[in-house]
Design a protein around this ligand. Sequence first.
Ligand code: NAD
Length: 394
Amino acid sequence: MVVKPKIRGFLCVTAHPDGCAVNVAEQIEYVKKDGQVNGGPKKVLVIGASTGYGLSSRIVAAFGSGADTLGVFFERPSDKGRPASAGWYNSVAFEKEAAAAGLYAKSLNGDAFSDEMKAKTVEAIKADLGQVDCVIYSLASPRRTDPKDGAVYKSVLKPIGAPFTAKSVDTDKEEVIEVSLDPATEQDIADTTKVMGGEDWQLWMDALKEGGVLAEGCKSIAYSYIGPEVTFPIYRNGTIGKAKEDLEATAGKLREQGFDAYVSINKAVVTQASSAIPVVPLYVSILFKVMKEQGLHEGCIEQIVRLFQEKLYHGGAAVLDDEGRLRVDDWEMKPEIQEGVKAVWPGIDTATLKSASDFGGYQEEFLRLFGFGLPGVDYEKDVEIEVPLPSGGA
Ligand code: NAD
């Protein structure tokens, strides 16, 4: 069928298989050229491997370090004439490229929060890889079913303590708008922490250790974000920030238990997860303009290359900040970048959205997440939407 973007708010409900394949191929090309990692990992488990930071981590591990990779994710295959989700097509493309390069790549599609998925993963590692030497934890989810009691927790994006009103962008209407958000309840904070905090990362590490599938010195990295003051009320000081504090504290706890575990603070990029956060897309649009002007622009793939090459596998100990965190948001947080954003923020409105920010670049990247707007793809052509994962995905 001919697949066109169908955007519903901050989601695109269609995805283009050929476009997703080009997106993956472009990241692989970048890594082959600029992303080689000396002394990098060789057997890698990526939890949340199909889009965004997790997909880029899988690509850097495989094509920058020659690693065999096992990817866990929750994606929708094509059903009843509906295209599959972008992460499905990304993973199909990744597996094909990895196989062509002689690398093992298997994927497990299902709920990473469940005990069943953890057990399946342990079995797959035992059967195919023996042990892994790196575990990337890159889940972003709006909900989690607790494996112990089956209760479902939902994460919310709310400020804490007081209502918050700020500029945001209506990406459909291309307008700068004002959003007002009510403060979270204690329950909201606890639920968001349950979903996006560190509990599940700890459960994964326990299950992998118990299963005997962690190699001596295996590293584990989870991803977090801090960001600038303009987003503090909705991000760092909001419900999601509380969850991230918990995730970061879990890294410390894991190290006390003998795991080589860290949180990496990454920069703001366009992903399915970040486009759902109020205020952030407007900030990202301005940030992109300032970082591009200063020659410092990065997407997921550039970030993960720098994380692996300079912070994790550079021939010495992990490069950490005073609070024990890896930082690849260092360029985003440079004073000259943040000053550039601050100079634009107060005055930006609908009339200046496109000139004062890189809103065009934001929208392009958003569409690319779903395989649209990629070079060399004929979007008028019929494409096969029902494509299986070469590894089966189960
Ligand atoms: P994303 O939406 O692109 O990817 C999320 C991944 O999680 C996908 O592979 C998805 O399939 C998987 N997933 C979601 N629910 C699942 C479930 N129940 N079981 C199995 N897999 C599931 O998100 P992203 O932006 O790449 O976020 C990844 C991590 O990076 C998050 O911790 C996020 O907070 C962090 N981070 C993101 C940004 C940003 O700007 N996007 C910045 C810094 C840190």
